[in-house]
Design a protein around this ligand. Structure first.
Ligand code: ADP
Ligand code: MG
Length: 682
């Protein structure tokens, strides 16, 4: 049997350059490549009559060559090749560019298959640069052809043939790990069939079966892994019972603003949890700007005043630093001492913090991943808050929880997940929702604009800045590659700084910069010393600069809706009317739909549902930005039915064999271990 861990270089057609390009796509071994699923399929199996072809469609025609190949030199380095073909219904003019080898490819009077984009000009039918096969070959046509997500340094055709070779190499030899009682009951095809037909479907019917099997497996393994985590928490039943003498209302009455009804309700839920002897495990969902931080601060107040310490985890140093400021401002006057632990803290300072923490001289420790380190020891950790949960793995959550004795846990997220999904994905947590924004927030005005409006946008931005405001400019992730992203940020920065706004203070920030540099930039932006901040999505999460009133998103078509919503939430946080300008550059239907949704609603829950709806499975910008676990093939919206089946099955397994110890479930155990060995990320 073939070893799936073998390097991709063992696949036919993969030399050193290709290895590198494949690695860029996240493909390292044979397993990676056979689970690198197509994002779409083209049906090149059924030819169309030439007379029935429509303008702009991709079509297959089956036609006879009725002309000689003509060669037209258009200019230096550009030669056009023209061929006329005909079927029973009409003629089609085909053109290619710069491909001299084509001259000897076609025999006058013979039939060929051509597949390409059709253009209709008056009564003429044309096709540009089609792929083709003669009657003897079926390399590009005559079948359903998979389209893979890829980048410019790995052409579609190359990738396709590499994957074809990998699948051929398997030769049906994959081990079936799904137990028979499951494949039978749920009508799942076997794994070899599934892999073959997901890449090279014989028909759309067999593709459907293949996909069902793979989606089922993926969702099942995710649910079983969650089950595993849950049961390891459930053991720890009894938690801390906080004193009912410590009143949250003492802080609430001291706040400079009135809490919203939703904030009060959520605080009541938290207060009940804290005073009960069960440990709290609560997910707090609230849209950007709904005021989750103050809720966390009041919970921390209660914990500290009851004699415990609290830990606050944030995904970025920027955010952690900002939290420290908020916590100190509010809680210092009650004698509560907060400290910051992020990677840029000096060694000396760190040692001091660790010592004080252990002695109980620090009440609240706020930080990034740094507070997960082993040498961070609390005297008496009673409350753990993780902000923007989706940036943390579930395992990291349990790691911080283990630093106390059954501390209460509050998980905060600004990713509005439809409730049905939240119940499945966070089944182990109680859910609280802040479903209203503080009063007097101005609605953010959102505009989707194309290139032609650029000048108007720029003069609008200038006006705002002259009025004292600040702007963010966000550049898209070009690839999952920080180096290239950094470059694109700098390019756009230079354009703004040198060409458009040379008289203003423009700065940039990206993920490749040192935490300290980022903090410095952010600090200057907060102080109003920077007019325009060009950055990647590092500013996406939670940053609060009330004076910034403009969010410009470059190439907005490249972002998921949920992410655009997060970005938009960076403005409109103060008293000023704020604007979100989505520059987009695409004619695709999906892009237009996305822009329409963004301009028509600011409700995060509606946006979340639409987002799931619009995403195709396996899309390049996957679920990562959604805060949901990343799936290779499942789509939580489309596959809700399968998810329900899987949920039933998981419950059954939970009752019969929660630890997957029975012989019957040996294969499942192996699948879970393989997939989540050491890192379940959600
Ligand atoms: P998020 O839920 O996105 O984390 P924050 O907690 O950062 O939101 O709150 C956003 C801003 O709203 C902060 O400046 C905060 O002080 C303010 N705020 C929170 N609650 C209220 C309220 N009830 N009334 C007015 N302002 C509030
Ligand atoms: Mg926040």
């Amino acid at each position: 049997m073939i070893d799936l861990n073998n390097d991709v270089k063992y696949i036919k057609g993969v030399g050193p350059n290709r290895v590198e390009a494949l690695n860029k796509l996240g493909i390292y071994n044979i397993k990676d490549i056979i689970t690198y699923y197509p994002r779409a399929y083209e049906d090149r199996s059924i030819p169309k009559n030439i007379s029935e072809c429509e303008d702009g469609e991709d079509a297959l025609i089956d036609a006879i060559v009725v002309s000689k190949m003509t060669e037209v030199r258009l200019k230096k380095n550009m030669t056009m090749y023209k061929l006329t073909v005909r079927d029973e219904t009409g003629a089609c003019n085909i053109t290619w560019f710069n491909q001299p080898y084509l001259k000897r490819q076609f025999v006058y009077g013979e039939r060929y298959n051509f597949y390409g984009r059709v253009h209709i000009k008056g009564s003429r039918v044309e096709m540009n640069s089609p792929v083709f096969d003669s009657k003897e070959t079926s390399k590009h046509t005559g079948k359903i052809v998979p389209i893979y997500p890829t980048t410019y340094n790995m052409p579609q055709n190359t990738l396709r043939s590499i994957i074809e070779n990998a699948v051929a190499l398997l030769d049906g030899g994959l081990e079936e790990l799904m137990p028979e009682y499951i494949t039978e009951k749920y009508h799942l095809c076997d794994i070899n069939n599934a892999i073959k037909n997901i890449h090279q479907p014989d028909s759309f019917e067999s593709f459907k079966y293949a996909r069902r099997r793979l989606v089922f497996e993926e969702l099942l393994i995710m649910q079983l892994a969650l089950l595993n985590l849950k049961s390891s928490w459930k053991k720890e039943q009894k938690g801390i019972k906080y004193s009912s003498n410590i009143k949250m209302s003492d802080v609430i009455n001291d706040l400079p603003f009135k809490l919203t009804k939703a904030q009060i309700k959520v605080l009541e839920e938290i207060d009940n949890d804290m005073e009960s002897e069960k440990s709290m495990n609560r997910l707090l969902q609230g849209d950007v700007g709904s005021g989750k931080t103050v809720v966390a601060m009041i919970a921390a107040y209660k914990a500290v005043k009851s004699g415990y310490q609290a830990a606050i985890m944030a995904p970025t140093s920027i955010l952690a630093t900002q939290h420290l400021e908020s916590f100190t401002n509010l809680l210092n006057k009650y004698g509560i001492k907060s400290e910051l632990l992020i990677s840029s803290v000096t060694k000396k300072k760190k040692e001091e913090i660790l010592e004080k923490l252990q002695k109980g001289e620090i009440d609240i420790l706020i930080g990034t991943h740094a507070i997960l380190e082993e040498n961070v020891v609390f005297k008496n950790l009673g409350l753990v808050v993780t902000d923007e949960q989706h940036r943390f793995g579930v395992r990291q959550r349990s790691k911080i929880v283990a630093k106390g004795t059954n501390p209460d846990v509050l998980v905060m997220t600004a990713t509005p997940i439809p409730r049905t999904l939240a119940l499945i994905l966070y089944g182990d947590l109680d859910i609280s929702i802040i479903d209203e924004l503080p009063p007097n927030r101005k609605q953010i005005e959102t505009y989707a604009v194309t290139k032609s409006m650029e000048d108007r946008v720029n003069s609008f931005v200038r006006k705002q800045i002259e009025g004292g405001r600040q702007a963010y400019v966000v550049c898209p992730l070009v690839e999952e590659n920080e180096e290239i992203n950094a470059k694109s940020v700098i390019e756009i920065y230079e354009k703004y700084k040198n060409e458009i706004f040379s008289d203003l203070v423009v700065e940039y920030m990206h993920g490749k910069m040192k935490p300290k540099e980022k903090d410095e930039i952010m600090e200057r932006f907060k102080n109003g010393d920077i007019d325009i901040l060009v950055s990647t999505t590092v500013i996406e999460v939670g940053v609060n600069v009330p004076n910034s009133s403009i969010m410009i998103v470059e190439n907005a078509e490249r972002f998921g809706l949920a992410q655009l919503h997060q970005l938009r939430g960076r403005v409109g946080r103060g008293e000023y009317q704020s604007y979100c300008i989505l520059k987009y550059n695409s004619n695709s239907d999906v892009a237009r739909k996305r822009m329409k949704i963004m301009t028509s609603t600011t409700d995060g829950f509606i946006i979340a549902e639409k987002d799931l709806e619009l995403r195709g499975s396996g899309e390049f910008f996957g679920t990562k930005q959604h805060g949901l676990p990343e799936f290779k093939i499942a789509n939580l919206f489309e596959d809700m039915d399968i998810l329900k089946e899987v949920q039933n099955l998981t419950m059954q397994i939970e009752n019969n064999d929660p630890k997957l110890e029975l012989d019957l479930n040996k294969g499942l155990k192996k699948l879970v271990d393989e997939k989540f060995d050491g890192h379940i990320e959600m």
